[in-house]
Design a protein around this ligand. Structure first.
Ligand code: NAD
Length: 495
């Protein structure tokens, strides 16, 4: 059995309970991890709180050196970690290798950014004063992450949290705890208790962590429903929250682009990681003048995707994460079809696989904006294609949503691109290059897709709070202290 990592040591859960982890491509059990509860939460938070006393005052240059060291360790074991990510999460190995490099680069980035950006000096209002704003760590930070990018979404929290001087308790998804645990001893370089890892199920371990009095901030990525549950649990304690939630991203295709390039880009945005990406293209609005031709090419590219063992080689897509998720996706397709949608490709379990939660990339047409497939996040391999009369209608449909995570457009028409950018609620807007990331810029959601931002300086500030310091280098009695001088008031009042 694999153990958890608390206070610099491998440990089981206090209850000694465990749970299995499976491989979604084979349905085989590949590991067993402790099932942590409230008492384990307490021990991990205590370890992090003790470690905070020292970690908070470690100079930035030393923190940065450790972050670079961690990044180097991550790169050195990238193949082994990527294999583990693939085994437990089902994402193709080639994508997991990329994920690890992005994590390493993010640690490098925040190590240096925190050295450079520790606050600011502002202009004083009185003579002899120096006013400066220090950015201070919160204390113990809890990170709760999903299974689709287990290490990347963790890194977007862990790297800035550590760089800012916080200590951390990590709760990976119960679907994908093994890859995170592989990094435990490497995370040990930051010091005993600076980073702790608890494995367990949603609310069972999440709730005691969220409400723990010594936890200052909860950084969460996951569904809107869980985000709301966490916000409710946190509210009586006024806990600081950073929430990265679901998306239902629109994708606009105009009539002035190379349709084959557009179809390839759109297929990638729809089916990357089987559509289990928070910013995957979930609703495609295509100019009606090119709709038929675009759809033909989109279907052809979707049919060409190679499903199979995510360890590869020569596959493009692996399985879905679990059977229950596959059933939800099937139910969504059935619902759309019962209301008149047509399946042009996919829509079924691929018959060649006897095991594994595989599903064929699915293309739907004759879809209405009112269908559940268009209103709520699917988080799966379904691409509904909708013809639109022009940019105004495309933008109107695209923005008709409770979500606001990302949005994409493919066009060479500057006016179309910028009109869409200006009128669609989205934390990230991609023009002609969907779904790319850049550590140096903010990522997060508008509307119900989240509160706060990760990455960039915004993502560092999410893990520190400002303290405004007024320093007067001359101690002397100030004219505005007691006793008050009334001369000017009397003059004003009585002339
Ligand atoms: P989820 O909300 O079910 O679970 C996310 C994490 O929260 C898991 O670790 C889970 O164990 C934990 N959890 C569940 N209930 C909890 C509770 N009551 N208290 C505390 N923790 C709890 O999401 P998922 O199925 O793992 O991931 C898919 C969702 O994540 C999708 O909605 C997707 O859009 C979203 N997501 C968002 C982003 C983003 O950056 N905005 C990125 C990736 C995924």
């Amino acid at each position: 059995m694999q153990k958890m990592w608390v206070a610099g040591r491998w440990t089981g859960s206090v209850s000694e309970k465990t749970f299995p982890v499976d491989n979604p491509a084979t349905e085989e059990i590949i590991g067993e991890v402790p099932r942590a509860g409230a008492r384990d939460a307490d021990l991990a938070v205590q370890a992090a709180a003790e470690a905070f006393r020292d970690w908070r005052v470690v100079p930035g240059i030393e923190r940065a050196a450790l972050m670079h060291e961690f990044a180097a360790r991550l790169r050195a074991k990238r193949l082994a970690v990527a294999r583990q990510l693939t085994l437990e999460g089902g994402k193709p190995l080639v994508e997991n290798l990329d994920e690890i490099e992005w994590c390493a680069a993010c640690f490098d980035y925040y190590g240096e950014l925190a050295r450079d950006q520790a606050g600011k000096v502002i202009s004083p209002v009185f003579r002899h004063q120096i006013n400066f704003v220090r950015k201070e760590p919160y204390g113990v930070v809890v990170t709760i992450v999903p299974w689709n990018y287990p290490l990347l979404l963790l890194t977007w929290k862990l790297a800035p949290a550590l760089a800012a001087g916080n200590t951390v308790v990590i709760k990976p998804s119960n679907e994908t705890p093994l890859s995170t645990l592989m990094l435990a001893e490497d995370l040990g370089i930051f010091g005993t208790g600076v980073v702790n890892i608890l494995t367990g199920f949603g609310a069972e371990i999440g709730d005691p962590l969220v409400v723990h009095p010594d936890v200052a901030l909860v950084a969460f990525t996951g569904s809107i429903a869980t985000g709301k549950a966490i916000a409710q649990a946190a509210a009586p304690h006024l806990k600081k929250l950073n929430l990265e939630l679901g998306g239902n991203d629109p994708f606009i295709v105009c009539d002035d682009v190379d349709l084959d390039v557009a179809a390839r880009g759109a297929v990638w945005a729809a089916f990357l990681n089987m559509g289990q990406v928070c910013t995957s293209g979930e609703r495609f609005y295509v100019f009606e003048s090119v709709f038929e031709e675009f759809t033909r090419r989109f279907v052809a590219h979707a049919r060409r995707l190679r499903l199979g063992d995510p360890l590869g080689p020569d596959i493009d897509c692996g399985p879905l994460i679990r059977e229950a998720h596959r059933r939800q996706i099937e139910a969504k397709i059935e619902d759309a079809v019962s209301q008149g949608a047509r399946v042009l490709a996919g829509g079924r379990r691929p018959p060649q696989f006897k095991k594994g939660f595989f599903f064929e990339p699915t293309v739907l047409v004759d879809v209405k904006q009112t269908m559940s497939i268009m209103r709520s996040e699917t988080f799966g391999p379904i691409a509904p294609l909708v013809p639109v009369r022009g940019i105004e209608e495309a933008v109107r449909f695209a923005d008709d949503s409770e979500y606001g995570l990302g949005a994409s457009i493919l066009t060479n028409n500057l006016e179309h691109a910028l009109y869409a950018m200006e009128n669609i609620h989205a934390g990230t807007f991609w023009i002609n290059d969907p779904l790319t990331d850049n550590d140096a810029g903010p990522f997060g959601g508008m509307r119900q897709s989240g509160i706060g931002r990760e990455l960039g300086i915004e993502g560092l500030d999410a893990f520190r709070e400002p303290k405004h310091v007024h320093l007067d280098y001359r101690i002397e009695a100030k004219p505005y202290w007691y006793p008050y001088r009334w001369d000017h008031v009397k003059k004003d009042a009585h002339g």
